[in-house]
Design a protein around this ligand. Sequence first.
Ligand SMILES: Nc1ncnc2c1ncn2[C@@H]1O[C@H](COP(=O)(O)OP(=O)(O)OP(=O)(O)O)[C@@H](O)[C@H]1O
Ligand SMILES: [Mg+2]
Length: 287
Amino acid sequence: MSKAAKGAGKKGAAGRNQTVVVSCVNLKGGVGKTAIAVNFAAYCGSKGLRTLLIDLDPQTNSTFSCMSPEKWEKHAKTKGTVADLLGVRQHTSAEGKAKTVESVIIKDVFPSVDLIPSHLDLFTIDLDLSSQVSRETRLRRAIRDVLDDYDIVVCDCPPNLTIPTQNALAASTHYLVPVSLDFLSSIGIALLLGRIKKLSDDLEIPLTNAGIVISRVGRKSYFRSQTAQSLKATFKGMVLSAQISERSAVAESAAKNISVFSTADHAAIDEFTALGDELLDKLGIKI
Ligand SMILES: Nc1ncnc2c1ncn2[C@@H]1O[C@H](COP(=O)(O)OP(=O)(O)OP(=O)(O)O)[C@@H](O)[C@H]1O
Ligand SMILES: [Mg+2]
């Protein structure tokens, strides 16, 4: 990593002396959270930033965008997943031993990008941890010892505000909200922002909005232009200039366990590059 990046990382976007941790969140499913988290992490890695991608979604989509199910299964059994870090799998694992964060991390899924994979066990985490104290800050405590190894951490969240998302936010300095312009997809953003503010106040963890990114932009329609306009009018400077279009290379690259930067779709590469540059600028990280 360049000295410039290190210096910027130290100061941090909010003037904090800590690694930038950004969570991709939205209450709505299918809006491009995972595609953006994975490809933003790949972009950061391609720029020489030491990057950690954390999959907090029991659907495991960002995990399987980076690795095969066979490789994941072996790793999950022997080394563990984010479910171990959140204390879910201790109930089910044969050895009953807690896994360390160092064991759970998979190195170099993309250049300079490490991954903490997810597990289906997270589907029941709210039940499993219902009577546990400090259950929202388990990830924050688990990754504390490795944060200095990274310039940036990107968390991919499920489409809700249950315990995995709360853990991502409690470990974060920033959050990013991908939205698509389809019917109903922008409803709930004000609710989401309000709930994140409350969580941040309750846990006394300052969280900065890194932007709302319009994603999966398809064919032009009157309805979609109206939605984009109303988003910009309501959330003003929060809406990023970079947008991500609906392009087959995005879904295909995920299925092949590569990022869009390893495809031949130059338009997709250009869009994710513009988004990466705008986000890094907002996060105060110079490359
Ligand atoms: N820009 C894009 N162009 C084409 N396909 C896309 C794009 N972004 C995402 N997709 C595809 O659309 C589907 C949903 O996207 P994605 O998984 O990123 O959304 P999500 O918000 O993470 O969903 P969930 O809330 O279920 O986790 C996936 O199959 C993904 O590959
Ligand atoms: Mg997802």
